[in-house]
Design a protein around this ligand. Structure first.
Ligand code: C2E
Ligand code: CA
Ligand code: CA
Ligand code: CA
Length: 277
């Protein structure tokens, strides 16, 4: 038993060691990654279910580093948050996404929405709102074409500066989107308190439909509830025709997922979207 204990211990410490080394390396490489131009935004279209048209895109960050290769956002975003690098990186994302939106709208002469993910940590940046305002101005994008996706975690903190920022975001006419709905401590009161415009049903509920009856029933209820609050509903992670069919029957407004398109580079999106404008 003693031996087993020691082995277990050394097993974990080896794992821990590997994890910490990886983390250290990521952190080290992340400093300077912006300057080296290693970040790139990909865009995933959001389709109107009825019209079969692209109504907007979500900007999703990609990091390619010569030493580490491609690093997924699920791995690097938490580290960016921890180190505070999420603030300059987040600004890069906002600016880049708006610049692209302007170009894209000019190409197609149609208004489309750009959804950008905001990490809770970005609210610690007291200049966040003024940065967004000046970026909108510089890129000539109107506020209601920008949508900020936040998760319930942001609201849970209950911090007053976050409260104030959300009120100001709405007052500016920027859209607010509740991301990953259903995974956290979903509180309906948040949806009303902050004048959310969009609710995104998390992928974990969509993956089970239409076969899983409990998930289908839940998705049905979420859509009805969201509509009664006047929200636009986006289903995330739509991968099959069957999922799309049920979502259409349930009155879901927009769908996003591999069934239509993975997140793609800016120039690919311009070509791809021609047929869906
Ligand atoms: P998210 O905001 O929930 O983004 C949706 C994720 O689902 C994306 O993963 C997207 O590529 C993936 N996805 C979309 N459709 C499908 C599908 O049909 N099937 C499957 N299996 N997956 C699908 P990605 O790009 O790896 O991003 C992961 C997370 O990293 C995002 O989750 C978001 O929380 C975070 N993230 C990405 N870019 C940014 C950013 O610029 N800023 C911040 N703060 N977070 C970001
Ligand atoms: Ca998102
Ligand atoms: Ca999501
Ligand atoms: Ca609003």
């Amino acid at each position: 038993a003693k031996d087993l204990g020691r082995n277990t211990y050394s097993f974990f410490s080896k794992e821990m060691n590997t994890m910490m080394l990886r983390r250290f390396e990521l952190e080290e490489q992340m400093h300077g990654a912006l300057e080296r131009n290693e970040f790139e935004l990909y865009y995933q279209p959001q389709f109107d279910v009825k019209k079969q048209k692209i109504m907007g895109v979500e900007a999703l960050l990609r990091w390619h580093n010569s030493a580490l290769g491609n690093v997924t956002p699920d791995e690097f975003i938490p580290i960016a948050e921890h180190t505070g690098l999420i603030i300059p990186i987040g600004r890069f994302v906002i600016k880049q996404a708006l610049m692209f939106l302007n170009e894209w709208q000019n190409t197609h002469h149609r208004k489309v929405t750009m959804a950008v993910n905001l990490s809770p940590c970005q609210f610690r940046d007291s200049e966040l709102l003024s940065f967004i305002k000046s970026s909108l101005k510089e890129t000539n994008v109107s506020a209601d074409n920008l949508e900020l996706e936040i998760t319930e975690g942001v609201l849970m903190s209950g911090q007053s500066h976050i409260h104030d920022a959300l009120i100001e975001i709405s007052a500016l006419g920027i859209k607010l989107s509740m991301d990953d709905f259903g995974t956290g401590y979903s509180s309906l009161s948040y949806l009303r308190q902050y004048a959310f415009d969009v609710l995104k049903i998390d992928q974990s509920f969509i993956s089970g439909i239409p076969l899983n009856k409990a998930d289908s029933e839940l998705v049905n209820t979420i859509i009805a509830m969201a509509h009664s609050l006047g929200l636009t509903v986006v289903a995330e992670g739509v991968e099959t025709k069957e999922q799309l069919k049920l979502l259409e029957e349930l009155g879901c407004d927009l769908v996003q997922g591999y069934y239509f398109s993975k997140p793609i580079k800016a120039r690919h999106l311009i070509d791809f979207s021609v047929n869906y404008m």
